[in-house]
Design a protein around this ligand. Structure first.
Ligand code: SF4
Length: 357
């Protein structure tokens, strides 16, 4: 038997979070707002997303505005949120939706959109279109594992958890309010059934929770031990000319940080780069000096970057021929630069003399 959806909805009516993308009680959410927030919230916290969400809506008030925007403008607005494939898919999806005249109102239609997977389709479907589905994110997985005392470890247990989660709305009160029910589950996971120290005494489902009854709730969901994150090494080069301009280049459109700007550099590989070996990849003749080391953690590896800096009088034509792009330092804030590159720029003292002519 699933726990009482009426109890959860009563709790939600009293304690629902106020979030900028949420509709007021009794109002229908705007699918553009729900979709935008859900894409931004993948792998990112609510607190980190809120300023980006507001900035996007200021720049692109409607999905048509976003669809018509230049890719660089979208990537620059996204810069800092990470996982840049999401921004590319976001832009592609906006174009598809704008061309179709609006979001599809079915799960299959939503699933066919670029960058929209099973969870996001269910979230938009439930919240914006009132489809009776349970979106299963990490919060809902955790609540489900505890409610049903499911002890098999993630990620292998994901299907079992999804199957049990899908039963949570098997009752009339949940079916009558799919949007609120989905958001109530999110709020329960985010505020009460938290990863550490769940506040079971405040939980509307405490009487029906098998994990609490068995005293194992806080240890769930179980997780298989993770393999150690591999380490990679790279070197990037900051060249500044007499006018204070910086040499950048664009990464290939696909792959990690695809389409973003970066300081020229080496590939990222398992072995560290000796200085002489790294300098063979400098975009210009030196002399270069080491200006710092940056560590950045990606989902699948940790990257250590040696940053080299040089000042030169003016950039030679060969730099542009090799794909170099020159930007004034004061314009860097508005560019599509990933956090890693902003760290590399900050690691380079901009005004220390280098002895470079
Ligand atoms: Fe989570 Fe505790 Fe509620 Fe169970 S009783 S669902 S463990 S907060």
């Amino acid at each position: 038997m699933p726990p009482s959806s009426a109890d959860l909805l009563r709790w939600y009516d009293r304690h629902r979070r106020i979030l900028p993308w949420r509709a007021a009680p009794g109002r229908t959410a705007d699918p553009y707002h729900v979709w935008l927030s859900e894409i931004m919230l993948q792998q990112t916290t609510v607190a980190a997303v809120i300023p980006y969400y507001h900035r996007f809506l200021d720049l692109f008030p409607t999905i048509g505005d976003l669809a018509r925007a230049e890719t660089d403008r979208v990537m620059a607005a996204w810069a800092g949120l990470g996982y840049y494939a999401r921004a590319r898919n976001l832009h592609a999806c906006a174009r598809v939706v704008a061309a179709a005249g609006g979001f599809p109102a079915t799960l299959d239609g939503l699933l066919a959109l670029p960058g929209v997977g099973a969870y996001t389709a269910a979230a938009i479907g439930a919240i914006a279109f009132g489809l009776p589905v349970v979106p299963v994110d990490g919060n809902v997985e955790r609540v489900t594992a505890r409610l049903f005392a499911l002890t098999d470890p993630l990620p292998a247990a994901r299907r079992t958890l999804a199957r049990h989660a899908a039963t949570l709305n098997d009752s009339q009160p949940a079916r009558a309010r799919p949007s609120d029910f989905a958001q109530a589950l999110f709020d329960l996971g985010a505020g009460i059934c938290t990863p550490r120290n769940p506040a079971c005494a405040l939980c509307p489902w405490q009487g029906e929770c098998a994990g609490l009854r068995q005293g194992i709730a806080a240890a769930l969901p179980a997780k298989a031990p993770r393999a150690a994150r591999p380490v990679r090494h790279g070197a990037h080069f900051r060249a500044t000319d007499a006018a204070g301009q910086i040499l950048l280049r664009r990464r290939p459109a696909s792959g990690l940080l695809g389409g973003m700007l970066e300081l020229p550099g080496t590939e990222w590989r398992a072995e560290p780069w000796a200085e002489s070996e790294a300098l063979a990849h400098a975009p210009l003749p030196g002399p270069w000096r080491q200006a710092g080391r940056v560590t950045h953690v990606f989902t699948h590896f940790t990257l250590h970057v040696d940053v080299y800096a040089a000042r030169i009088g003016r950039f030679p034509n060969s730099a542009a021929q090799a794909g170099g792009l020159v930007f004034a330092a004061r314009d860097l804030d508005g560019l599509a630069l990933p956090s890693l590159m902003r760290k590399c720029l900050a690691a380079t003292p901009p005004d220390r003399p280098t002895g470079v002519p």
